[in-house]
Design a protein around this ligand. Structure first.
Ligand code: FES
Length: 72
């Protein structure tokens, strides 16, 4: 992976793992403090108490997501 590349990985039954130099803003345009992390996990189950970040709640809510990218 190149230094400036952003990579988003769908975790099976879990969050979107975002790695790389990203800026995350809310619907008002305010930036989230990512604390200098080079990787963040974004909730896609809707159950996190720390949205938009994953807090592990997907493990207890029955969230199922195992889709894979279509093969060419
Ligand atoms: S994906 Fe982890 S709490 Fe929603």
């Amino acid at each position: 992976m190149a230094d400036a590349e952003v990579r988003i990985v769908t975790r099976e039954n879990g969050p979107l793992l975002v790695t790389g130099p990203v800026t995350l803003v809310d619907h008002l345009g305010n930036r989230y403090d990512l604390g200098g992390k080079d990787s963040i996990a974004l909730c896609r189950c809707g159950e996190s108490n720390r949205k938009p970040f994953c807090d592990g709640s997907h493990k207890n809510c029955g969230f199922v997501a195992g889709q894979t990218a279509p093969t060419p």
